[in-house]
Design a protein around this ligand. Sequence first.
Ligand SMILES: [Cu+2]
Length: 315
Amino acid sequence: MKIPSNIITLLVGIVITLVSLWYGQNHGLLPVAASEDAQQVDNIFNFMMTIATGLFLLIEGVIVYSVIKFRRRKGDTSDGPPIEGNVPLEILWTAIPTVIVFILALYTFEAYNNMGGLDPVISKDTAPQQIAMGDQQHRIALGIGKSATEDNPAIMVDVKGIQYAWIFTYPETGIITGELHAPINRPVQLNIDAGDVIHAFWVPQLRLKQDAIPGREAFLSFTANREGDYPIICAELCGAYHGGMKSVLHVDSAEAYAEWEQANKPVQEANMGETALVDPKNMSDPEFLSPYAEEMGMNHNMVAELANHNSDHAF
Ligand SMILES: [Cu+2]
């Protein structure tokens, strides 16, 4: 019994489609998605992966099939048939990629717009540069952002890229740190700037990347929805130690974030005298030594004993 070739074509088409649809969702190439918007980027990537898998299987399949089916047989020295172009075929293979590219362009545009890429909503009160330069600058603001709302305002963080580190300043609390902390489910707005050369702020798990340009502020907003530690990577060759320009984004629970904030707030001037300044002259030897002794694995009594032994020793 001979199966008609159009039925075989149909079956092959169905199999390729099913395999492509499955692989488009199960390629495992992306790191975890740690924000709401990251899913939109993943949807585009998965869609592209589905199309790419289908095309790969179709084209490679035809090549492998042809290599076997139309191979030169033993003793065959004849020429192949003289085929010169095929207009319908060329129209087809121009039209299909054109349609695919158009669909991808529209889909990408839609996601970019959803994420606030076309009109970043910038909180003006913390972007003095923007106000100084007026409306024109606002219209061409760099970045992505829209996640803040009236009842869930964004946490502001000034991000400065320098050779070869990221410095994060929280203007509301005065915290300055080398590692970014963000509470889960709260919008965060990064005001990104560079101190020397062009850097790029990149967190793969947020699917966000933004150039940091000296003298020109850029913005990124995100709302992390997954606790964890994620790498911050400089994605613009910025000098000899560019490869070492890394930091960490800690997405904390609300409680852990509050704790971190409390522990890292600069000491207020009012209680500065008691907490920050201790004059070692007013301390006894054991008092002075105990923090060092603890590091060495000694307890308080051992220190006191030592101090007694050497009581006549001028310290
Ligand atoms: Cu850099």
